[in-house]
Structures are given as structure tokens and as C-alpha cells.
Design a protein around this ligand. Sequence first.
Ligand SMILES: C[S@@+](CC[C@H](N)C(=O)[O-])C[C@H]1O[C@@H](n2cnc3c(N)ncnc32)[C@H](O)[C@@H]1O
Length: 405
Amino acid sequence: MEVFSLRLQFSRRMKVEWGTIYFEYKDVISMDKITLIATAAMGLEGIVGQELRDLGYENVKVENSRAVFEARPSDIPRVNLWLRSADRVKLLVGKFNAYSFDELFENTKALPWEQFISEDGEFPVIGKSKKSKLYSVPDCQAIVKKAIVERMKQKYGIADRLEETGAFYRVEVDINKDEAWLTLDTSGSGLHKRGYRVGQGEAPLKETLAAALIQVTNWRGDAPFVDLFCGSGTIPIEAALIGQNIAPGFNREFASENWSFVSDRYWDAAFEEAEDKAQYDHPVNIQGMDIDPKMIEISKANAMEAGLGELILFKQMQARDFKPVEKGGYLVSNPPYGERIGDRKEVEKTYRQLGGTMKDFPTWSVYILTAHPQFEKVYGTEATKKRKLFNGFIETNYYQFFGRK
Ligand SMILES: C[S@@+](CC[C@H](N)C(=O)[O-])C[C@H]1O[C@@H](n2cnc3c(N)ncnc32)[C@H](O)[C@@H]1O
């Protein structure tokens, strides 16, 4: 029953009796508002911000490498399940200025950790520090750990050591210009781990970046979609998930599934919503090609694992043999960059041939991610738009050539 929006501070084991109504504390507590942070690779934060707005969140603040927004505990399952381009979802327990270890300790101890971490919770602390007086990360981690332990022992009335045998809560202390942000990681493993990658090639694209590349295009499932350099199939698989509105986190687990303040009912509701919104019958026309037959086998295995085996057509093919038969399609690819000595000439030949082919199909939109510094020159056309993005540590450009309507 969701009628309670009181802030209740009972001991975790206590139950509430009210006439004949009997609840577990876990179901009754309602923290009206929490602050969540969707972290993202540099350059993708704006896309994550838009995803959050599309999910119905207002007042999303997009900052460097993160989007910050107000939410409720029931949103933790939702955003973890649905965000396609974010790395992780973290809960902001508090932030404050810290110029000394004492300040770090006292301010950390003043935060309501017991509202989030259960009595037996396991909570390792990780940290980072940038441009701050408190630069020794191991010391900051140790101080934060000590402060939380003291707070929890006081609040839970424990004299001995905390057991730390229960649910897993990864605490992070992130200090930037003397401002400390203390967070709990609600995701567990990074959100790029969708659970479908059973095989990969030499340079697989992160699933979150692949989803971002697709979201930058206007493709939403109704036009032909092709990746000519599909490798392990990441771009076509993410396209199929988008095309059928399937939540990308549907096949995996999250750390906060075991947290008592994130009720099982919230998880059930989020999974039900994802099931309701999925359009498994929506027809899509998605193809993935690669010169390497091994990669085609890997792509097929990954798509099968994602439950999309029948949906995507994978075939072994040279990019130069591509001739679109339909109009108004989208080509989204992450070809080789030609960075290895000896590869560049071959790669440039491929780019040149592709540019030549696509000139004859002006209704197609072409999107290419590459680190090649002279891509437009070799391809033979100036991009309508380009966007700087990082593929891991490699600085790349995302070249966008809009097709004629
Ligand atoms: C950077 S990888 C793509 C990785 C892919 N996005 C993934 O997530 O696994 C480039 C791929 O292009 C393929 N390739 C290279 N030259 C090609 C060509 N001329 N035609 C088609 N595929 C080619 C390679 O076999 C390789 O799998």
C-alpha cells in the first residue's frame, strides 16, 4: 500500500502494527526524495540527460560525465533497467566541502547511512580526488569507512564489529575542488554489461556507446538499419533493443536488488513496466555485416543470447559489395581506424569505396565513428555534423551525413 509518504525511522527489524494492517518496515518507509546520479563517458552525458527526460524525469542537471536528478527509491529499478548510454546509477547520500580529514570524518558521520545500508550490509569504500587539499585517496577512503562504521554502530546499537555479511553497497568518496560527494552504487557491474555478450572480437564497442551512437541518429525502428563492420554485433543488437523498445537491463542483475529500502515491489513493478512497454512484435529491418566469418558467428551467438536471434540478419560480406535496395535507410558503423602500421592504406581504400557507393544513395543517412584524422577527405564528402567522442581512451569523431528526405 503506497498511501504512506511519511518519513519513518524505525529500526529495520521493527514492524508497524495499525489495526489489522501489518507491514514490514521495508514496505512502509518512503523517502520522498533522493538524488540520483547517472554517470556517463565524457561526451555522452547530454544523451543520458535526454534519456532521463524521455523517461519522465524533470529538472535533470547535465554536468561533466554525469546527469543529476531528483527521484524516489522506486525509480532506482526503473532507471537501472532503462538507461541505455549511462555507465552506472549512483545514489547521492550527501555532499559537502572538506578541507581537512576532520571535516571529512564529521560530515560523513552526520549523513543518514542507516537509512540506506542495512545492519549487516557489506560496504567497501572506493575513492578519487582531483584538484583538492585532501589528495590521498587511501586516507580519504579509510576515514569515510571509519565514519560510516561509527554512525552505523551508534544507530543500530552495536558495540562489536559490524558483521558485513549481508547485501553489497559500494560507497564512493569523490572529491573535486574540495567538494566531497558521497554515493552508493545502485548498479553493481557497469550498465554496459547487458548480459548478452558471450563472445567478442578485437575491438568491441561498449554497449553504452553503441546505444548512444544510435540515439544520436533519428532512427527509432522504422527504417532499414545496417552496420557494415559489425564485429561482435554490438550496434545491430543495441538497435534491435531500441527498435522494439526493450529495456537494455532486462537480462541482468543489479546491486540494489538486494537493498532493503528498495522494495521488491519496486523491482517487480519496474520489470512489469519493461515487459508491458516492449514491442516484441514490432517489425524491424536490421542487418549486420563483416568481412570476417568468425565475427558473424560471434554476432549471431550474442544476438541469440539477447533473445534477438531471429530479428537481425547477419552475413559475411565485404563493405565494398554493399548496395542498398531500399530507400531512406541508416548506416551506422564503427569501421577499423587504420591505426596499426600497414593497415592505414587498406582502411583508406575501404573508406573511399564506401563514400563512392553512398553518393549514389542520397536518401541514406550515414554515421561513422572513427579516429582517422582525415576521414571526410578520404570518404569524399563533408559531414553534415560531427561530434567528438571517446571510444575507451581513443579520441574519435562521429561523422554524420544526413540523408535527403
Ligand atoms: C572496430 S571493429 C567493429 C567492432 C564492433 N563495433 C563490435 O562492437 O564488436 C571493425 C570490424 O570491421 C571488420 N572489417 C574490416 N574491414 C572490413 C571490410 N572491408 N568489410 C567489412 N568488414 C570489415 C573487421 O573484421 C572488424 O570486425
